[in-house]
Design a binder for this molecule. Structure first.
Ligand SMILES: Cc1cc2nc3c(=O)[nH]c(=O)nc-3n(C[C@H](O)[C@H](O)[C@H](O)COP(=O)(O)O)c2cc1C
Length: 337
């Protein structure tokens, strides 16, 4: 409760409530402290999923530490794995600010960051020589300057630059903030993308089994569209699904937050809890529980986490719940398991 009563209160007031500046200050602080945080409190619920051993199943979702600036801090705070990125082949500034909005009464966030990141080469340089105490996922997306018809090569270059460093790779085709990106979830485009990326991974594996490649999907897909994605994933030997990214829906907002509903971008947090779980349940059912799923979206309590596992997830990720509940949430979930 100290987090909510003291830390969160102070953070939400900092910089006149500018959510992105608070995010930057927090990340800078963690980055500065991280040399002192080269320990892990994560080894409490080990499990092996798609061939990778996770010290516990609660991960940091993509987007919070895109450029891997505070990596040692996450296992120290109890996370059992970390997904960096989404990174793109070309460094890019993202969309104009403001682009991150807190919807406090709804325990939600709307963001249209637009993959602001230092680029895959820069991330590779940062990861070189770093020994993280937990598995590292690397999320890859398309650069804004690259036309969607040339997306395959853009993703491939990032995979090449980063292959050595990841324990798994997440192919992000579901962010709502890069024009055209989600069209890569369509059957033909996704098939081409995954064929090329799995071939590249096989080549980079030099005769070893290739590292797991996962696909992250949007919660706004219909059941039919999800079933098609799953078929393409199965055809291409994809190791798992990450469900879900943020939603374009504005259902479930508290009255006090309605004024922010028209802001463009993806909504995360509480209003997404049920839909994300529904998608996980559907994916699990469609794949007879055989395809590993990372469940993400609106997990804000140990009970949400248990329900996500119950729906078929093997691992979890958290973003917005961490902002509203603090690191205690990771601990509470692991205690409940
Ligand atoms: C500010 C912000 C930035 C995000 N950036 C990314 C990203 O770069 N790549 C990605 O795959 N997901 C990104 N996400 C989505 C999260 O990883 C997650 O899928 C989504 O927020 C749902 O989980 P949550 O309700 O726990 O936040 C972002 C979310 C937020 C709030």
């Amino acid at each position: 409760m100290v987090y909510k009563q003291v830390v969160r209160k102070a953070l939400f007031r900092l910089h006149g409530g500018d959510a992105e500046r608070v995010h930057e200050t927090t990340l800078n602080t963690l980055a500065r402290l991280s040399p002192l945080m080269r320990f892990s409190t994560a080894d409490n619920n080990p499990r092996t999923v798609f061939g990778v051993r996770f010290p516990n199943p609660v991960g940091l979702a993509a987007g919070l530490d895109k450029d891997g600036r505070a990596l040692p801090a996450w296992p120290a705070l109890g996370f059992g794995f970390v997904e960096v990125g989404t990174v793109t082949r070309h460094p890019q500034p993202g969309n104009p600010r403001p682009r991150l909005f807190r919807l406090r009464d709804s325990e939600a966030i709307i963001n249209r960051m637009g993959f602001n990141n230092a680029g895959s080469q820069e991330l590779a340089a940062k990861l070189d020589g770093l020994r993280l105490k937990v598995p590292l996922g690397i999320s890859i997306g398309k650069s804004k300057v690259t036309p969607v018809e040339e997306a395959v090569d853009d993703y491939r270059q990032s995979l090449r630059a980063l292959y050595r460093f990841g324990d798994y790779f997440a192919i992000n085709v579901s962010s709502p903030n890069t024009p055209g990106l989600r069209s890569l979830q369509d059957k033909t485009a996704l098939d081409e993308l995954l064929q090329e990326l799995t071939a590249t991974a096989t080549e980079l594996a030099l005769g070893q089994p290739r590292k797991p490649i996962l696909v992250k999907i949007a919660p706004d897909l219909s059941d039919t569209a999800i079933a098609e994605v799953l078929q393409v994933c199965s055809d291409n030997g994809i190791a798992g699904i990450i469900a879900t990214n943020t939603t374009l829906s504005r259902d479930g907002l508290a009255p006090a937050d309605q004024a922010l509903a028209p802001e463009a971008g993806g909504l995360s947090g509480r209003p997404l809890t049920e839909r994300a779980r529904e998608v996980v349940r559907f994916v699990s059912k469609e794949t007879d529980g055989k395809l590993p799923i990372i469940g993400v979206g609106g997990i804000a309590s140990a009970e949400d986490a248990l329900r996500m596992f119950d729906a078929g997830a093997s691992l979890l990720q958290i973003y917005t719940g961490f902002i509203y509940e603090g690191p205690g949430l990771v601990r509470r979930i692991n205690q409940a398991l």
